[in-house]
Design a protein. Sequence first.
Lengths: 149, 136, 109
Amino acid sequence: MLDIFSTMNISASGMTAQRMRLDVIADNIANAETTRTPEGGPYRRKNVVFQEVLDKAMGIRGGVNNTLSTDQLGGVHVQSIVEDQRPFKMVYDPSHPDANEEGYVQMPNVNVLREMIDLINAQRSYEANVSSINATKAFASAALGIGRG
Amino acid sequence: MSGLFNSNFGTLPAALDAASTRNTIIAQNIANAETPGYKRKEVDFEHYLQQAMGEGDDLELKKTEERHFQKYSSNIQDVQARVRTVSDTRITNDGNNVDIDQQEALMAANTIRYQTLSRLMSLTIARYNTVLKGVR
Amino acid sequence: MSNGIDPISNTNSLDPIKRLEQLQSGQANQVKNGEAEPDFQKILNDTIKNVNVQQKDAVQAEDDFAAGKISNIHDVIIRAEKAAMSLTLTMEVRNKIVDAYKEIMRMQL
């Protein structure tokens, strides 16, 4: 594929991944107080796992020098969405319908403050990918200008 | 014809290639800025070109293994960019060593570099055209 | 008229054979008062040499920039533009000379 487009695809994959992360963060914040889920028990915080995409089928060009070729680079993808296995927060609230015999309620293991920080990070990364696309566009227009004076 | 243009556009085509490769590499780094265990990639070109131009360190490279870098060919037009994975710098908790701000700055600088190189390419072509077409 | 140039004696400079002799003996470069006029051929040669130097300088600037040894973009661009301009100028002058030559060749003698 054309270098310009494959580079844009890399940045686009970054944007897609960060969008998915934003969705997950939004889900976490929305469910920060959810005590009932279809699976039973309170909501568990979810986390995205990113993985670099390398097209191994392309092989490593110039094996002698062990150099990577840019054709192999495919950006990033969300490999999986995993649940945070940290324990739930125990909140004392005897009036809550889900309270146990001692009056404690299992609340989701979501820290809203932390989610907000993740949100800012995801947004920042998303914007970095946008500026990366803009840089690639500048490359394309500079290349088109070659020889035009 | 190919001989004529290969020899006379000098280092510009390779430099443009290198800048383009660097752009792709930086895009990959930025896309993977939060991938656990991802190691930053870098492009080496200027150093090799300087070596080929007869500057920089003139030390012979000792080859103890077949895959080691060979000392650069003396022809400056044959210098190619190389991609290298950097794994020995500051690493965050998740084993990732991409500094997204640094990458963005590099990308901005690289874009300006590419624009300058393509402008130089245009000027070179214009010089050829001046001679080939005459000025009229 | 106050210069004292004799219009009749001046016409012998139009004599083609005489001019040719003058050219061959190198007298064409001499003005009446004996002061040496800059040699046209020398000027042309110097100009072309200068153009060549400019071209080489432009290529050097490109190489240096490609090798990351120049950090000033304006420096590279100015050197490349200089080369382009001097080349254009030389080509312009060449065209004028060719035109002048053609003009002379068309002249009815």
